[in-house]
Design a protein around this ligand. Structure first.
Ligand code: NZQ
Ligand code: ZN
Length: 390
């Protein structure tokens, strides 16, 4: 375990079938003027909306709403929400939905009292808020992003074809609390469920595939990966299996709540390439990751061979006896590929709407990060993207 770090995660979690009741514990801690934020209507269909409104009313809250937060929320939607929150003089933001809704609530939180343009300040200059921010609470309905317990907020600018995530350094941007009721996730379409599962798995990979030191984070990561693979196979065959879905929900939170990145440089290039694919196609986040992962990992494998070998042996139970390190490492990725196909993930970017003429632009929009086993050049990103076409 090398390096220097601090660790603090102040988000309080309420987990399980009865967890929504704890809104009654949390809401009295904040002011009367609440903005309820949600997506395109799934919470109205499932009845979660009615339950939440009932609790807000019982707690005497004055509620305004921001509805229609789309998957991959846009900067224009952010401007609209900031105006609503300002007009309502909001004291508190309650996000009810998936990662998009939770991310969006955090973006509103840092923008309401900000006089500068949030896109330029937070997404182009990556600055921290210099204004007062609003507290955010989350009721999670879709599993994958970890947004319920981190300070990330991803926003898409369709005008410039950029999808950018800002992970704020200040832990006060993390939600004050999150309600995690696995039952809420049972209404997710299969496509969203498996996209979320791969998102979890890839968050772990992004942190695991970095560094060569002996690090406790890597052992935790391997445990989480085992749990995700096991639960995903059950949930894929039997989506209503509460035990599997609850394990996926808990694993997702721990996959990206800053714990397993401690002492690690972290990679994140699958996310950087996937996000740029998302900016061009508006595709589902987890599917963009699935579509670029194998070409990326096969490309960087020679630069991190020992870790890929460890991944093969410890995560995919590949027997290393009598094989070269490279052979073992490659067999690990093949096992991962079989699992991905078993889940029905999208394995190429063509299926997501990307075409050959977009590749230069997608590579231009990819933010290159230095923490993995190889710092990519622009032309290498284009090559990886070409491999990701059908
Ligand atoms: O909008 P509604 O009607 O609610 O429908 C949503 C949406 O269409 C639906 N859904 C959610 N819960 C449901 C449900 N449908 C039925 N039953 C339910 N219980 O699912 C669709 C997708 O929802 P969304 O919130 O977009 O999915 P996800 O949680 O994957 O969030 C994706 C966003 O999070 C960002 C992504 O880039 C993307 O913008 N990320 C945020 C991260 C973070 N904060 O750290 C990290 C991630 O890597 C990711 O980048
Ligand atoms: Zn992700």
């Amino acid at each position: 375990m090398l390096g220097n770090f601090s660790y603090c995660n102040p988000t309080k979690l309420y987990f399980g079938e009865d967890s929504l009741n704890y809104l009654n514990t949390e809401l009295p801690k904040y002011g009367k003027r609440v903005v309820l934020i949600y997506g395109g209507g799934s919470i109205k269909k499932s009845g979660i909306y009615d339950e939440v409104i009932k609790i807000l009313n019982a707690n005497g809250k004055n509620v305004a709403e921001i509805s229609g937060v789309m998957p991959n929320p846009t900067i224009d939607k952010l401007y609209e929400g900031v105006e609503i929150a300002r007009r309502h003089q909001a004291d508190f933001l309650l996000a009810v939905g998936g990662g998009s809704v939770c991310d969006y609530a955090k973006a509103v939180s840092v923008s309401v009292n900000c006089e500068e343009d949030p896109w330029e300040k937070y997404y182009l200059r990556f600055e921290e808020p210099t204004c007062e921010t609003l507290p955010v609470g989350c009721v999670l309905t879709m599993v994958g992003t970890g947004s319920e317990m981190n300070a990330g907020a991803v926003i898409t600018n369709p005008h410039t074809r950029q999808k950018i995530g800002h992970v704020f350094a200040d832990e006060k941007i993390m939600p004050k609390f999150a309600v995690l009721n696995p039952k809420y996730t049972l209404t997710l379409p299969h496509y969203q469920m498996v996209a979320g599962i791969y998102d979890i798995f890839n968050h772990i990979c992004e942190q695991y595939f970095s560094g060569e030191d002996d690090n406790v984070s890597d052992y935790i990561s391997e445990g989480l990966m085992h749990s995700v693979i096991h639960a995903s196979r059950i949930a894929n065959k039997d989506p209503q299996n509460y035990e599997a879905r609850s394990n996926l929900m808990w694993a997702a939170t721990w996959a990206l709540n800053t714990l397993i990145s401690r002492g690690k440089s972290t990679d994140w290039m699958v996310h950087m390439i996937g996000q740029s694919v998302g900016a061009y196609t508006n595709a589902t986040h987890g599917m963009t990751l699935a579509a670029v992962s194998l070409p990326y990992y096969r490309y960087i494998l020679p630069y991190g061979i020992q870790k890929f070998k460890r991944f093969a042996v410890n995560v995919w139970n590949i027997d290393p006896a009598g094989k070269s390190d490279e052979q073992v490492a490659k067999e690990g990725l093949s096992a991962m590929e079989s699992w991905m196909k078993e889940l029905g993930l999208v394995m190429n970017i063509s299926e997501l709407g990307a075409t050959a003429d977009m590749l230069e632009g997608i590579a231009d929009g990819t933010i290159i990060l230095p923490g993995g086993y190889k710092v990519l050049q622009h032309k290498e990103i284009v090559e990886i993207l070409m491999e990701s076409l059908a």
